[in-house]
Design a protein around this ligand. Sequence first.
Ligand code: G3P
Ligand code: MG
Length: 238
Amino acid sequence: MKKIAHRGISAQAPENTRAAFEKMIEVGAKWLETDIDMTSDGELVLIHDDKVDRTSDSQGFINDMTLAELQEIDFGQWFSNAYGDEKIVTLSWLIDFINKHHLNVNFELKTELKGKRQTDYLTRVHQALSHVTTESKMIVSSFDVDLLAKFHQLMPQIEIGLLFEDKLPDNCVALANLVGATYIHPDVTYLTQEQTKYLIKNNFGVNVWTVNERTTFDRLKRWGVTAIFSDFPTESPN
Ligand code: G3P
Ligand code: MG
């Protein structure tokens, strides 16, 4: 069972920052997950929320701010005073980092953009991801079925995972087939063994988020899931 560092090593460093990604090298983690959104001037950046409020010392919507405005903001001190110099991370920086260290990656398409700006987002993601070398394994995921389907049309060679929050819907396999997904990414809170068996029987890889408890890790391993996303990817047993 693979362990994927959720937003980098986000239990030990502020999520989706250079520090959280660099800590992977220190602890020997090989897979990371991160969330991609876009600034008002079309730069792809790594952030989970649609606003900067929770993970910085400022306020505002990512989609309404320029990269230069974001670079003025501190993204570390909300987590700890030890992280006083963390800036917003660009996708371009992370791809260079992944290529340099031969890391594997799950990029989550995480944006509220619609229409023309969504098309621009997808075009830019497409361009950026074409720079990831073949030495790195890559999965692209999203909760947004429509967005994921559009991405899959642009880059059919990249495996995709459909994310689900809360209980898996009865039509999850149909939806995942519709979009061309290789993986289903269920919410750990509600996943049952029966559902896991059903997904595996339907030939899906099962990547479960977010698993931080050892007992849960052991249970999912017994059930045969493919991977887990964890804030503590190196502290779980192998
Ligand atoms: O991709 C797994 C997980 O990151 C999905 O949920 O809200 O943490 O992006 P979230
Ligand atoms: Mg995510």
